[in-house]
Design a protein around this ligand. Structure first.
Ligand code: AMP
Ligand code: MG
Length: 414
């Protein structure tokens, strides 16, 4: 990159972010092994079958209100209606109730409405009398009755494969009668951080040493019920050691994620080592800031993603490229985060050439209701503390060199 030039001269030789995402997805084939688990154990896992309801929802006509069930054909012309109350049905009772013509039934929310009753009156609209109830407004046939199958008919689709079974999916599966479901087996992920300079937080730092932040970042990012994680900790920049750990990880994992050692320095061993153990690699320079380079590759059943060492670069490349690859490999639908519309709270000046993901803070809201973004430092790829203070990433398209205050742009909220 030449100083004084407003653009990155080499950027045209790099892949665009879209191209890099597509290449990554192309090597991330979904797991096909499944297991059938009781619903209670399937929570948090990836659904592996399209599900249809096993029952009508609701399964029977039932009352939507606490009140009184009536037969509208029994009613007089009004204006006052008086009916005796001939019985009582609560939720959980059977709907097989007989009542003489011209009488009402006390009924509660969720209770079955007997076949020949066709309306429910809210108790707030009825006055109780010595002999029963009195009301003034003629009920409409069908009012306050939830009809069998009105929510969903048996056989109707409820969920597509590839979703994570979180609260809403778990509730839908339970109400559709699924005692057990087929899920994708857990994704076996191995992580390690490369770098001879890395120390564990809590230890004393010696000269030239830094704390290993990427390890904890990845542990947090990968803390998911559908992942079986193996953490190999830090590994020093020693090719013999690195090769041993990498080879072992390839034999036992569906996905290996490392940080550092993928650049062009003498201590950046990962691309060569991965090729030496028989992996097919794709080291890419991506026209992305922060982030280049990222590497990924395949060796038999193992997908390898090598993230940059700089913590902010590692985080951003993970969010934009790596996490999508992992999601696909784990059998999830592809649901990339949709950027929001935001506006700049200050002008921007920068070097064009790469699509940039700039850490920003939300300063307030514009008149149109969009978040107003304050830019954080322009040079930030190693500044992990700054990332923790940011509210998200502003997306600055590759060709942009300057933007005035108030300009609209896309924003990915954390
Ligand atoms: P590398 O990609 O290995 O050349 O590393 C780039 C920069 O990121 C160097 O300044 C490293 O010291 C730093 N770095 C690498 N790995 C980590 C890590 N796990 N935690 C914090 N910083 C790291
Ligand atoms: Mg390194």
């Amino acid at each position: 990159m030449a100083d004084g030039c407003a653009c990155d001269r080499h950027a045209h030789m790099y892949l665009s972010v879209d191209q890099a995402q597509n290449r990554g997805l192309a090597v991330s084939d979904p797991l096909t092994d499944t297991e059938t688990l009781p619903l209670i154990q399937a929570i948090g896992r990836v659904l592996a079958e399209d599900c249809v309801s096993k029952v009508d929802m609701p399964a029977f006509d039932n009352s939507a209100m606490d009140g009184y069930a009536v037969r509208t054909q029994d009613l007089s012309d009004g204006p006052l209606f008086d009916l005796p109350v001939a019985g009582r049905i609560a939720a959980g009772d059977s709907g097989a109730h007989s009542a003489p013509a011209g009488s009402a039934l006390r009924i509660f929310t969720g209770a079955p409405v007997p076949d020949d009753f066709d309306a429910v009156l809210m108790q707030e609209d009825c006055e109780t009398t010595e002999t029963g109830i009195r009301f003034t407004r003629r009920p409409k046939p069908g009012q306050h009755i939830r009809r069998v199958g009105e929510d969903l008919k048996a056989g109707a689709p409820i969920l597509r494969r590839g979703c994570v079974i979180t609260a809403r999916e778990a509730a839908a599966l339970a109400s559709a009668g699924y005692g057990a479901v087929k899920v994708v087996r857990k994704l076996k992920v191995t992580i390690f951080s490369t770098g001879s300079e890395l120390k564990q937080p809590g230890e004393e730092l010696g000269p030239g040493q830094i704390y290993n932040s990427n390890r904890y970042m990845l542990l947090a990012l990968l803390d998911k019920p559908w992942i079986e994680l193996t953490d190999k900790g830090p590994v020093e920049d020693n090719p013999v050691l690195l090769e041993q750990v990498l080879r072992e990880a390839c034999e036992t994992s569906d996905l290996i994620i490392t940080t550092g050692g993928v650049s062009v320095g003498d201590e950046d061993h990962m691309p060569r080592l991965f090729a030496e153990i028989g992996g097919q690699t794709d080291v890419m320079k991506v026209a992305m800031k922060p982030g280049k380079p990222i590497m990924f590759g395949r060796r038999e059943g193992a997908l390898y993603i090598g993230l940059p060492g700089n913590p902010v670069s590692a985080y951003v490349t993970w969010q934009i490229i790596g996490s999508q690859m992992m999601a696909r490999r784990a059998g999830l639908h592809r649901t990339p985060q949709m950027p929001e519309q935001a506006v700049l709270a200050e002008p921007l000046q920068r070097r064009a050439g790469r699509q940039e993901y700039r850490p920003v803070q939300i300063e307030g809201v514009s008149v149109e209701g969009a978040p107003r973004l304050r830019l954080m430092a322009p040079s930030y790829s190693g500044r992990v503390a700054l990332l923790a203070q940011a509210d998200g990433l502003a997306i600055i398209p590759a060709e942009i060199e300057a933007m005035p205050e108030g300009q609209g742009l896309h924003f990915l909220r954390f």
